[in-house]
Design a protein around this ligand. Structure first.
Ligand code: TMP
Length: 209
């Protein structure tokens, strides 16, 4: 799959400040006159957003973890083929709030599903396509959860236990450690200005050239 635009994803456990920092990245794109689209997972197209609702709704019936995994990839396939790939092929950059690293972190780390299975689904849905750069906003889990708790009603994932999110965080950090060229781990425990200075540095040194 030949692509021209750059594919940038943002990841992190709940409450790390993804929304605010995505806005900051958009301001960097605007300054540099980068033509881009902003999107998110699960979701990003009307059909994939319907799948997102199914995934996030609290419900009485237990959501089987494999069903959850498959629905994440079903939404991803729709989003990738209908929105992400066409944008990249037209030379647009794609700024995506979460992507397959979230599956490795939440379904692999959190739910403890097999990484091998996730890798097989990744190959099926994405072929060789991977983000060009993934920013992981990193924060101790308790601090993130405290911040997230101040927001509106909790969704099905936000209702998980601290140990679940510890596994999610560790899975993100392990992936970054194993492949430092594709990831930038941003320390999100410092002031917003300091977080943004780190992001601006990654942008200038690793994305612009
Ligand atoms: P959001 O809160 O960042 O919008 O993401 C929705 C939730 O979906 C979040 O709790 C993480 C979860 N998620 C997964 O479990 N696996 C995935 O592959 C993706 C993209 C998100």
């Amino acid at each position: 799959m030949a692509t021209k635009g750059r594919f940038i994803t943002i990841e992190g456990v709940e409450g790390v400040g993804k929304t605010t920092n995505i806005e900051f990245i958009e301001s960097l794109f605007a300054q540099h006159k980068i033509n881009y689209i902003k999107t998110r997972e699960p979701g990003g197209t009307p059909l994939a957003e319907s799948m997102r609702e199914l995934l996030l709704q609290n419900r009485e019936e237990r959501f089987d973890s494999t069903a959850e995994l498959l629905l994440m990839f079903a939404a991803r396939s729709q989003h990738l083929n209908e929105k992400i790939l066409p944008a990249l092929e037209q030379g647009q950059w794609v700024l995506c709030d979460r992507f397959t690293d979230a599956t490795y972190a939440y379904q692999g780390g959190g739910r403890q599903l097999s990484k091998q299975t996730i890798a097989e689904l990744e190959a099926l849905v994405q072929g060789e396509l991977r983000p060009d750069m993934t920013l992981i906003l990193d924060l101790p889990v308790e601090i993130g959860l405290e911040r997230a708790a101040k927001r509106s009603e909790k969704d099905r994932f936000e209702n998980e236990q601290v140990a679940f999110f510890e596994r999610v965080r560790n899975a993100y950090l392990e992936r970054a450690e194993a492949n430092p060229e594709r990831y930038a781990v941003i320390n999100a425990e410092v002031s917003l200005a300091e977080v943004q200075a780190q992001i601006a540095e990654v942008f200038e040194q690793r994305l612009l050239p």
